[in-house]
Design a protein around this ligand. Structure first.
Ligand SMILES: [Zn+2]
Length: 490
């Protein structure tokens, strides 16, 4: 079989140039971390059409083109999209994302792929940007396209950019998924890790081993789901243990749980030693505690379970004072939503999540993550956590910091975009923001004076084999993009 493909249906769609390029993108594998073939195709395509081209070490691609006649003094614009796509397929399909071409098809008023993700996220954005920069009849000021790598796996391409590589007055990020929304903000983040060191102590003779498991909490993404108030398994466990320890001779040995620093923990576990004659008292305390906890958590954690079981007696335990300090450190750590946005109603501005606890022979480590659209708020929050933990003997560090994108309801580019939507499509887009990281936050952090918005066509079910893009919305997106460029240029 020939590997030259044509997609007659796709190639017949308008805008013609955009769909031609999208079809060429689909024909070249571009899983995250494997963007080379697509990048080289785009580089050659752009060079052949008079663009300047450069790449950086990680593989980000920048195309530049001079302003069209008479628009030389307009503000410079960078059109930005990511080269990589999520690779998901139906389990019954034989498909190798590193070799095989995505097969887009027209299904009613949508374009979708057969059994795989389509890569409209962000292939339509890449195609639109390329269609603009390689056209000779579109009015624009000094223009660039920035195509990043490895967005889907952790914004790695954007994180490797430098201010020297990309610099413009305005950035139009083309990675939106809802035609009726324009993004004007996102959260930045940081991770804080604190270590509490202890000298393990032997367990007294009459003690036996017990364990407590907390399971069944809802968890979720520590950004997108933080406003649901689903509760944190580690906080629940620490609260239980400190109340139980008021009347019982509990000696903790190992506390752990959580497996990702961007997830709200659903489960938390502890092993401890207890005098054999206190087991009954522990069981009756647990029954009473559990009843109140279930009432308190209610619908936010309907499957919450707290179980106490016997287990092998641990060899060593935490010193009594260390245990008390550690539980205080966990109990007193703020967790969840810290502040709501004053600009965008309902948006979480700042939050923190105690995500992971681990215990080794002589250390307990807590990992937590902070997010905020406002960098200073995030920095203050991370520092205040370190200060709190240091009171209880913990030594902490802050790392993995990346900047947020603070929503400003009034900026020239937002006004321009809203006017373009109104004029071309007859409606005003909804300015919106998310409490999670976007490339815009990171790229904007390189040049705080750069004005940014993010928008795109209607993409449903991205990151799944059902991914599809609405054909009419691609035309609307294209028309608005051209009008925004026109307004900036003139
Ligand atoms: Zn995307």
């Amino acid at each position: 079989m020939s590997n030259v493909r044509t997609d007659p249906d796709i190639l017949a769609l308008e805008p013609h140039a955009l769909w031609q390029i999208f079809s060429a993108i689909c024909a070249r594998p571009h899983a995250s971390g494997h963007e080379t073939e697509l990048r080289e195709y785009i580089r050659d395509f752009a060079l052949a059409r008079g663009c300047e081209v450069k790449t950086d070490e990680i593989g980000n691609l920048l195309l530049s083109k001079a302003a069209s006649n008479g628009c030389e003094h307009a503000k410079s614009v960078v059109l930005q999209a990511h080269l990589d796509m999520v690779t998901q397929k139906n389990s019954d399909l034989q498909f190798d994302f590193l070799i095989d071409a995505i097969k887009p098809i027209v299904a009613g008023n949508k374009v979708t792929a057969t059994g795989t993700t389509l890569g409209a996220d962000n292939g339509i954005g890449v195609a639109a940007a390329l269609a603009v920069i390689t056209a000779d009849n579109i009015q624009h000021g000094p223009l660039q396209c920035l195509f990043t790598v490895e967005e889907e796996t952790g914004l790695f391409g954007a994180s490797a950019l430098t201010a020297e590589f990309v610099n413009a007055d305005i950035m139009l990020n083309l990675d939106g998924e809802d035609l009726r929304e324009i993004y004007i903000g996102c959260a930045g983040g940081a991770r804080t890790t604190v270590t509490f060191e202890f000298m393990p102590e032997p367990v007294a003779k009459n003690y036996i081993g017990m364990k407590v498991t907390i399971t069944g909490m809802k968890g979720g993404h520590s950004g997108a789901d933080i406003n649901a108030g689903r509760g944190n398994a580690h906080k629940e466990l620490a609260m239980f243990l400190s109340q139980a320890a008021e009347n019982l001779s509990i000696q903790l040995s190992d506390i752990h749980g959580g497996n990702a620093d961007n997830a709200i923990p659903r489960e938390s576990f502890v092993t401890f030693a207890l005098p054999g004659n206190e087991v009954e008292a522990l069981e009756s305390f647990t029954a009473g505690y559990l009843k109140k906890a279930i009432e308190r958590l209610g619908a936010r954690a309907p499957d919450f379970k707290l179980k106490v079981n016997s287990t092998d007696c641990p060899d060593t335990v935490f010193p009594a004072e260390f245990q008390q300090q550690l539980l205080k450190a966990i109990n007193e750590s703020p967790d969840g939503v810290i502040a709501l946005s004053k600009t965008v109603p309902g948006l979480v501005e700042t939050s923190t999540t105690l995500a992971i606890i681990t215990t080794t022979a002589n250390e307990v480590t807590l990992k937590s993550s902070q997010r905020s659209a406002i960098n200073q708020q995030r920095e203050l929050l991370s520092k205040s956590l370190l200060e709190l933990w240091s009171v209880y003997g913990g030594i902490g560090v802050i790392d993995s910091e990346y900047p947020g994108w603070e929503p400003q309801l009034e900026s020239t580019i937002i006004t321009t975009a809203v006017e373009a939507y109104q004029q071309e499509l007859g409606f005003k887009p909804q300015p919106t923001a998310i409490h999670a990281g976007l490339e815009c936050g990171i790229i904007g952090g390189l040049n705080p004076a750069m004005e940014i918005i993010s928008f795109g066509p209607d993409i449903d079910a991205p990151h799944s084999p059902d991914e599809n893009v609405d054909i009419a919305s691609v035309m609307d997106f294209w028309v608005v993009l051209l009008e925004i460029l026109h307004k900036i240029a003139t």
